[in-house]
Design a protein around this ligand. Structure first.
Ligand code: GUN
Ligand code: ZN
Length: 430
């Protein structure tokens, strides 16, 4: 088996820095090393010790660059890559004006493949090694995404987006076809290589109760799959849900009533939650996903990260492209920091890096496999240049410690900060 030894500054985590003293959760070494054997990380330790113990390893010396687990994006829409940064609309208008016409183009499998490949390459350029994506209603859009990810040996989570009302006719399926197509795709892709299938009702306004029930039934037949959807993103959306589901106690109840609330549920946004919803999400061990650039771009609101983290709720971090305005998890961390500031909490760089790696992996129930710089994890690794532009280097050059050196890259970094990416033990070819 080939042995690779990466030298540099290393940052990993042994616990959750959002809870208790963040310091206790950090594993940092300014002269560290990561040993890769085959597709996995087999050791993380000091450069001196690992070098001496593995003289046969091929060495890549990254100097004072920072070696981290690859970033994990816990919620995005690869079919919206082409409409990122579209001007002037809030959620429902934005969906109707920009999103649905673009998603209709994915009836063409060739176009789907082209955008899937472009999206995965953009993600890798930005240091993101796992994407969790909505596809479109077209089964071929799911094949395109999983196929392109397999070509790159990337761990991805995705599913056919299901909608049988309140969307253009050509973007609608039915309760039965959503069930049948999702089941066939799940059986084809779930657990194949690094692919995981997520049952994917878009959100309750675009699914009839019959479709939600059909997908709830499918989930009960495949409880090892994730289920991803949207929850309480914007106030007019919540009012619309109340009209569409007059018998429901709240937004979460529109999922709960149809078997779509569970430990492996992944609820994007979750900004305007009621106490009952927070309690129920916690009781079942579900996860919510924070999408900060989207929340400011679409004008949705300020996610209560620290308030929810303190309840013990599992929280992932995500770009939500193309509602989100960046492919970069660095920019996403910066936006999470800014929203935290507006809510009165300055998130520490350690907390931001944890969210973008371990936190997202935990929300996906993949802790220890991805988003983790430690023995036994897949060797999906991102190496950060902490002085990638003149603006950043003039600031990081005077840093007092690693956090002071890293924070300018979190706030101002982009794809230029990504020095290298490793996927399953292979250095990504430029
Ligand atoms: N809610 C339902 N669909 C979407 C979507 O595509 N993007 C965002 N941000 N919210 C949604
Ligand atoms: Zn979304």
């Amino acid at each position: 088996m080939t042995k690779q030894l990466l030298l540099g500054q290393t940052l990993g985590f042994s616990g959750n820095p959002l809870i208790g003293d963040w310091n206790d959760a950090v594993q940092f070494d300014s002269a560290g090393a990561v040993l890769i054997e085959g597709k996995q990380i087999s050791a993380v330790g000091s450069a001196a010790a690992l070098r001496a113990a593995h003289l046969d390893a091929k060495v890549t010396d990254y100097g004072d660059a920072l070696i981290s687990a690859g970033f994990v994006d816990a919620h995005m829409h690869y079919p919206q890559t082409g409409i990122i940064a579209s001007w002037g609309k809030q959620l429902i208008d934005w969906l109707n004006t920009y999103t649905f016409p673009e998603e209709a183009r994915f009836s063409d499998p060739k176009y789907a493949t082209e955008v899937a490949e472009r999206t995965l390459d953009l993600a890798l350029d930005h240091g993101t090694t796992t994407l969790t994506s909505f596809c479109t209603i077209h089964p071929a859009s799911v094949d395109a995404f999983f196929g392109a990810a397999a070509d790159r040996d990337m761990a991805v989570i995705a599913g056919k987006t299901c909608m049988d009302r309140n969307a253009p006719d050509k973007l609608q399926d039915t309760a039965q076809s959503a069930y049948d197509d999702s089941k066939a795709l799940l059986e084809k892709w779930h657990g194949k290589g690094r692919a995981s299938y997520a049952i994917t009702p878009r959100f309750s306004p675009t699914s009839t109760p019959e479709q939600l029930a059909a997908l709830g039934a499918l989930w009960s037949e495949h409880p090892d799959c994730l289920m991803q959807t949207h929850l309480s993103e914007q106030l007019p959306e919540i009012a619309w849900v109340r009209d569409l589901f007059p018998d429901s106690r709240d937004y979460l109840d529109t999922y709960e009533a149809f078997g779509l609330l569970g430990a492996k549920g992944l609820y994007g946004h979750a900004i305007h939650l009621e106490q009952r919803e927070i309690d129920r999400l916690n009781e079942v061990g579900a996860a919510v996903v924070h999408c900060p650039t989207s929340n400011t771009f679409i004008g949705s609101g300020l996610f209560d990260l620290m308030g929810l983290a303190k309840t013990g709720l599992s929280i992932g971090l995500a770009t939500d492209t193309g509602g989100g305005s960046s492919f970069s998890m660095l920019r996403t961390m910066a936006a999470a920091y800014e929203i935290g500031q507006l809510r009165g909490t300055a998130l520490h760089p350690a907390q931001l890096m944890w969210l973008a790696t371990e936190g997202s992996a935990k929300s996906l129930h993949m802790s220890g496999q991805i988003g983790h710089l430690g023995a036994g994890a897949m060797a999906d690794i991102t190496v950060l240049d902490l002085g990638s532009t003149p603006a950043i280097s003039q600031r990081s050059g005077r840093a007092a410690d690693i956090w002071d050196a890293l924070f300018p890259t979190i706030m101002m970094g982009d794809d230029r900060a990504i020095k290298d990416v490793w996927i399953a033990g292979q250095k990504r070819r430029a």
